[in-house]
Write a protein that binds this ligand. Structure first.
Ligand code: SF4
Length: 164
């Protein structure tokens, strides 16, 4: 994947940062569903000035996914009872994350700029993922912090507020 600009749900951006926390230098293997998370991870890993348009719809991660139909995700969530549709759950998470991170739909930011939003994301992660298991959100938070440290060291990015 070689692009100057990609579309991303903001929670997918932080999923990429979390992947750096979990897997560090390791490559992410392509997923059986055919989506492009592994390619987006490498694009962001190598290009801190990549242009990312923030969207609330199927994005560049969803490219090639067997669940992406007419711009909507037709997959289901199985980790909680109040949502069935993954599209609706993703919209719920992204609307909360964008509000707390002061990001508008359609805004274009680089990975470096999005990393500066990480403090707001982390401070509000319990609100953003309200309804998920607490232990899972706590682990997500730890992995995102670890990934931020990896990414900021890799590209010499000074993050204004990264928690320990
Ligand atoms: S279409 Fe759905 S399952 Fe596929 S990558 Fe996108 S959000 Fe994930």
């Amino acid at each position: 994947m070689k692009k100057n600009q990609i579309d991303l749900r903001v929670h997918h951006f932080f999923d990429v940062i979390r992947a750096f926390g979990k897997h560090s230098d390791a490559n992410i293997e392509p997923h059986p569903h055919g989506h492009s998370f592994h390619s987006v991870v490498e694009l962001i890993r190598t290009r801190p000035s990549l242009e990312i348009k923030l969207v609330i719809e199927c994005d560049s991660v969803c490219c090639g996914c067997c669940h992406c139909k007419n711009g909507l995700c037709n997959d289901n969530v199985d980790h909680r009872k109040d949502f069935i549709s993954k599209e609706e759950f993703n919209n719920f998470v992204d609307k909360r994350a964008m509000k707390k991170c002061l990001i508008k739909i359609g805004e274009v930011l680089t990975p470096s700029q999005l990393c500066q939003k990480a403090g707001m994301y982390l401070d509000n992660i319990d609100f953003i993922y309200a309804g998920n298991d607490d232990w899972h959100t706590a682990q997500r938070k730890k992995d995102v912090i670890k990934g931020l440290k990896y990414y900021s060291r890799l590209h010499d990015i000074k993050i204004i507020k990264a928690q320990d």
